[in-house]
Design a protein around this ligand. Structure first.
Ligand code: ADP
Ligand code: NA
Length: 329
């Protein structure tokens, strides 16, 4: 996750809450991708450090447990600089130019100039993020599958050129970089307060750290089913972003009341929004409680990240000790 601000409910439902579950089933590495933030937001980097800390806090608040997984900061683990450079040697330029994000950015050049070497190369950094841990699985939503596919192609090409030279844990001639598999995680697109996809860039987010009052103020003016103009008009929760929130966050019981109340005009939108807010407040209560605990103890957070950096560095360095000699270094 890139450190571009505090995390929102979309980030939680689309990624983070899956990670919280997976940490108990796998040996997991999760990091704040500060180097990736620089690939597009290089002009003003003044907030990167604070945002990195905020995202780490949100990770811990959401329930990533440093006893169950490794949480670290990407730039603190130097192999994240080294492996992309080595993989760059064998990566055809055409592979990078074909990555959809790059093609899109070139076609709709907006305010940011992304015709940089760093932005073109970011898929190699992503590939390295995975391959450094010789990962078997990458938990992603459908939109990220192309990046894992790219990573598999790079690993395949690496393995065609180079083999273990026998000094590491792998026998001489063995493949060094396993091709990672996609672990497809459910990531329903959560709508923001304006009905579009919840996203920082739209300013329509509900943050994991929003206090109850702020959250209720954001939900109150939300757009609803446009056909429901007056209180006595019936509406359709399937055509309403507030209905979408209920589907994700409310109990079956509340959801049934929403469908019935909305379709019969038995409830108004204000009441319906209040119930959605209630469900989100309930979901966020333990998250915010944990966040407050960590905020009050910055030394503990520093300690957790140091330990995460240390563990990630040790694991990544183990891979590099196979990669370097295999490439003749
Ligand atoms: P943003 O659009 O706010 O910049 P990012 O693109 O940084 O968010 O997304 C980080 C992660 O959160 C990705 O895994 C992405 O799929 C997920 N995510 C972001 N917004 C949503 C959303 N509205 N619904 C579901 N998942 C989302
Ligand atoms: Na684990």
């Amino acid at each position: 996750m890139r450190p571009t601000g505090k995390l929102h409910l979309g980030n939680y439902m689309g990624a983070l809450h899956n990670w919280v579950r997976l940490q108990h089933e796998y040996e997991c590495y999760f990091f704040v991708a500060d180097l990736h933030a620089l690939t597009s937001d290089y002009a003003d980097t003044s907030q990167v450090k604070q945002n990195t800390l905020d995202v780490a806090l949100d990770f811990l608040a959401a329930g990533l447990d440093p006893e169950q997984c490794t949480v670290f900061v990407q730039s603190h683990v130097k192999p994240h600089f080294e492996l992309p450079q080595l993989l760059a040697m064998i990566t055809p330029l055409g592979w990078l130019e074909r990555v959809p994000t790059y093609k899109e950015q070139q076609e709709n050049l907006t305010t940011k100039d992304l015709s940089t070497y760093g932005f073109l190369g970011y898929p190699l950094m992503m590939a390295s993020d995975i391959l450094l841990y010789q990962a078997d699985f990458v938990p992603v939503g459908q939109d990220q599958v192309v990046h894992v596919e790219f990573t598999r192609e790079v690993a395949r090409r690496f393995n065609q050129f180079y083999k273990a030279e026998g000094s590491g844990p792998r026998a001489q001639g063995a493949e060094i970089l396993p091709e990672p598999q996609v672990l497809l995680t459910p990531s329903p697109k959560l709508p923001g307060t304006d009905g579009r996809k919840m996203s920082k860039s739209y300013g329509n987010t509900i943050l994991l750290s929003d206090p109850e009052e702020v959250l209720r103020q954001k939900i109150r003016p939300m757009v609803t089913d446009p056909a429901r103009i007056r209180r006595k008009d019936p509406g359709d929760p399937d055509k309403c972003p507030v209905g979408d929130l209920h589907k994700v966050f409310s109990s079956q019981e509340t959801l049934a009341k929403v469908y019935d109340g909305c379709k019969t005009a038995g409830i108004g939108c204000i009441e319906c929004k209040g119930w959605a807010a209630d469900a989100i407040v309930t979901l966020l209560a333990p998250i915010q409680e944990r966040r407050a605990k960590y905020e009050q103890n910055p030394a503990l957070v520093r300690e957790i990240l140091h330990e995460g950096d240390r563990r990630a560095r040790a694991r990544a360095e183990q891979t590099m000790q196979e990669v370097r000699p295999a490439m003749g270094l």
